[in-house]
Design a protein around this ligand. Structure first.
Ligand SMILES: Cc1cc2nc3c(=O)[nH]c(=O)nc-3n(C[C@H](O)[C@H](O)[C@H](O)COP(=O)(O)OP(=O)(O)OC[C@H]3O[C@@H](n4cnc5c(N)ncnc54)[C@H](O)[C@@H]3O)c2cc1C
Length: 407
């Protein structure tokens, strides 16, 4: 009887979609239970006031091994971001980049007042070190904080404050760089090997593409799961489902009955979108605010394809002490000050409370049996490994393999 029940996946984020794909490949027809009304989880593009806006500014690193495995990159029509950044510091702006990819940035990079010549040579040394280090080695290296790692490498406090802090704060979504050095090395290596990209239709195109690859998966949207045991899934609606295996591709701690799964801490961010008349940010370039005491961390300007209007996204990391209206007012003033925009019209903001898992002992992958929390119940989701799209995919893949190996 039990064999007649489907395998369920809880959560239609990237991790759940990959788990479904792997189960389909093995002949299953899984059912995905998703509390919201669409796929994607943290990887969505929403239509707001006529503009497609990403639910938080984020990028797909084209070198992610799992992205290469599961995504049709050509079909995503990826916009490649320039390597490097525009840095605002002390009333000036500096353009920096990788001269090996874009010779035009060689002189501005060498002249940029963001660190000493010795710092810039150390960047080349770091590039070389990480080029020769495999991803497996990166995740086997003892962890320190990213800040300690940079200090130990010999970088000056100036280049840390003016470049590394704002750049990696925007990636790790925390300004102190207390995130694991493994994540720093991994992301740095991925940047070196490929590009930061955004699909032409927005980041949500990734989830939509993964959805279209699923041919035998049933989706039940607006379906919130309350609890899971080895035999049953209880929905918030009161409905009870018998199952033949469950993959929890969502924040699991509160769902699993009879097992102590540690709660995960999360890093938050606020992403605010504006329509602007102009900016001084070069095309496909991320701008960073390195001045202390500002709300804006990183800014990215692009042309909306449908309306032709210029959109600016601003990511804010520290905003718990301020009201939403005060924050938006301050960010508008910062946008005018830094980018030279005269007209800055607010469109929308997203306060993403659970943006990235705040975890230690980061992993690239894990053994199959480590994903199992009780009989027939397996954990997926980026929080199993590290906070990235690559990890979300790998965790979904591993959980599906673990379930299949036991069925
Ligand atoms: C602002 C921001 C910036 C980021 N930047 C980057 C970046 O630049 N590069 C990068 O690689 N990664 C980035 N990430 C991380 C990346 O988006 C995540 O690692 C990835 O999307 C996680 O996917 P997931 O499937 O594990 O989880 P989620 O996307 O969170 O999916 C979980 C799903 O489960 C559903 N769910 C939860 N509870 C229940 C329940 N009880 N019942 C039913 N359904 C439930 C949720 O609605 C959700 O759809 C960023 C994330 C954010 C938010």
């Amino acid at each position: 009887m039990k064999d007649k029940q489907p395998v369920y996946i809880i959560g239609a984020g990237v991790s759940g979609l990959i788990a479904a794909y792997e189960l389909e490949q093995a002949g299953h027809s899984p059912v995905i239970l998703e509390q919201s009304e669409s796929v994607g989880g943290r990887v969505k593009t929403l239509d707001e006031k006529g503009f497609p806006l990403d639910l938080g500014f984020q990028v797909l690193l084209s070198a992610y091994p799992l992205a290469k495995q599961y995504l049709d990159m050509d079909a995503l029509e990826l916009r490649k971001l320039e390597s490097g950044a525009l840095i605002y510091a002390d009333g000036k702006s500096y353009r920096i980049g990788d001269p090996l990819r874009n010779l035009g940035v060689l002189i501005p990079t060498m002249l940029a007042d963001i660190g000493s010549i010795s710092d810039k040579l150390k960047i080349l040394k770091l590039n070389q070190r990480l080029k020769n280090k495999s991803i497996a080695e990166i995740f086997e290296t003892p962890e320190s904080t990213t800040l300690e790692y940079l200090q130990d490498f010999g970088f000056s406090s100036k280049i840390i404050a003016r470049f590394f802090k704002p750049f990696f704060a925007g990636i790790f979504l925390e300004p102190e760089l207390r995130t694991s050095s493994r994540m720093f090395e991994f992301v740095y290596r991925m940047f070196g090997e490929g590009y930061a990209t955004i699909p032409k239709a927005g980041i949500g195109a990734i989830s939509e593409q993964l959805k279209t690859k699923l041919k035998n998966t049933e989706f039940r949207f607006n379906t919130e799961v309350k609890t899971v045991t080895s035999n049953h899934i209880s929905l918030n609606s009161g409905e009870q489902l018998d199952h033949n295996g469950v993959i929890l591709a969502s924040n699991a701690a509160s769902l699993v009955l009879g097992q102590e799964i540690p709660n995960i801490d999360w890093k938050s961010c606020m992403c605010i979108y504006f329509e602007v008349d102009q900016t001084n940010i070069p095309k496909e370039t991320i701008a960073l605010v390195s001045d202390a005491g500002k709300y804006s961390n990183n800014l990215y300007a692009y042309k909306d394809l449908k309306t032709g209007k210029k959109i600016l996204s601003v990511t804010v990391l520290e905003y718990s002490e301020v009201s939403k209206d005060e924050l938006i007012e301050s960010v508008v003033a910062e946008v005018k000050q830094y980018t030279g925009a005269q007209r800055v019209n607010y469109i929308q903001h997203y306060d993403i409370v659970q943006a990235l898992p705040d975890i230690h002992d980061l992993k690239m992958t894990m053994e199959l049996d480590k994903t199992q929390v009780m009989e027939s119940v397996y954990l997926a989701g980026d929080a199993q490994l590290n906070g990235s799209l690559n990890a979300a995919m790998e965790a979904g893949r591993i959980a599906a393999q673990a379930l299949l190996s036991n069925s």
